[in-house]
Design a protein around this ligand. Structure first.
Ligand code: MBD
Ligand code: FE
Length: 307
């Protein structure tokens, strides 16, 4: 068998220099991480006999992911954003924190600064054909007490599966709102049932997924940040039950506790009572927040947002 170059003194010395271990400047933890990542890349090259041509194809692939602003798609598509959630869950469990509404990934399509209103909001401001959705619920603490003054920051796709800001055909902040819970911790909104999302078919994320026999589809979902002073910020989503991709999400965000019952109302009197002429849907979903405490991992994830 051919000798593994990675095990030679020559390559070990190379990696030490690459990571800056031969100097005392810089950050030690970063040096360790760089050494690990570079070693793992070299190991992959060696174990799979990756040719230089193949390696440069991978390098230019990553360049294209960046140029296409698709890092936010590749990361969830490779399961890494979900893995980061699993690690936070694990750290919380180890600190004795259990229960509450499960977190799930933020995804790449949040925009800061959506219009803020008290108690209720209407999210759809652009004309759409589809099913009207009324969603309501309560923000509670772990003991079941209401949390008034919580901010429910909600965003979702339109009936074609596109998000405002990223889709130039929508007006700013369409389907994006912040709702402050009322004295009973309650929120409610009217919107349009979203359609599932698919990564751009001609983009680099889809190219990789297709090359490994996968798709880039997400089931229809609604995103939330729920926050209140003294509580841990919750990043989560609910799924629209019945979607064909419910348990086949390319971003691995579906969690059993995040699939609320959806009721489709077809009764004419009910429809008219809502001021509508077509059947509509309702979802009730409560959010349970944990109190902030020492020795817990940071619940707020800092990341760059489009603006
Ligand atoms: C989305 O709407 C989304 O939520 C994720 C995680 C990835 C791509 C599009
Ligand atoms: Fe999304």
């Amino acid at each position: 068998m051919r000798e593994k170059l990675l095990h030679t003194a020559q390559v070990k010395a190379l990696i030490d220099k690459v990571a800056g271990f031969d100097n005392s400047a810089g950050d030690h933890r970063l040096k360790q991480i760089i050494a690990r990542v570079v070693t793992d890349v070299m190991r992959t090259i060696e174990d799979f006999d990756v040719s230089p041509t193949e390696f440069w194809a991978a390098a230019s692939y990553l360049e294209k992911v960046g140029q296409s602003h698709e890092m936010g798609l590749l990361v969830p598509g490779l399961g890494i954003e979900h893995f980061l959630d699993l690690r936070l869950d694990q750290e919380e469990r180890e600190a004795g924190l259990t229960g509450g509404t499960p977190r799930t990934i933020e995804g790449p399509l949040y925009i800061e600064g959506a219009p803020l209103s008290k108690g209720e909001a209407r999210l759809d401001q652009d004309p759409e054909t589809g099913e009207v959705l009324f969603m309501d619920g309560q923000v509670k603490d772990a003991a079941g007490n209401p949390v008034p003054g919580a901010i429910v920051d909600v965003w979702h796709a339109n009936t074609a599966g596109w998000y405002s800001h990223f889709d130039p055909s929508q007006t700013p902040f369409n389907l994006r709102r912040r709702i402050e819970t009322d004295a009973d911790g309650k929120y409610k909104f009217r919107s349009m049932l979203p359609k599932g999302y698919g990564v751009p078919p001609d983009g680099p994320t889809n190219a990789l997924l297709a090359a490994i026999g996968r798709h880039g589809k997400r089931p229809a979902h609604v995103h939330f940040f729920v926050s209140a002073p003294g509580y841990r910020k919750l990043t989560t989503q609910i799924n629209i039950d019945g979607d064909e991709y419910l348990h086949d999400d390319f971003a691995f965000a579906t969690r059993d506790e995040l699939i609320p019952a959806i009721t489709h109302h077809t009764d004419t009197a009910e429809i008219h009572a809502r001021g509508l002429n077509e059947p509509f849907a309702t979802i009730t979903f409560d959010f349970t927040l944990h109190k902030e405490a020492a020795d817990l991992p940071k619940a707020v994830v800092e990341r760059a947002h489009a603006a």
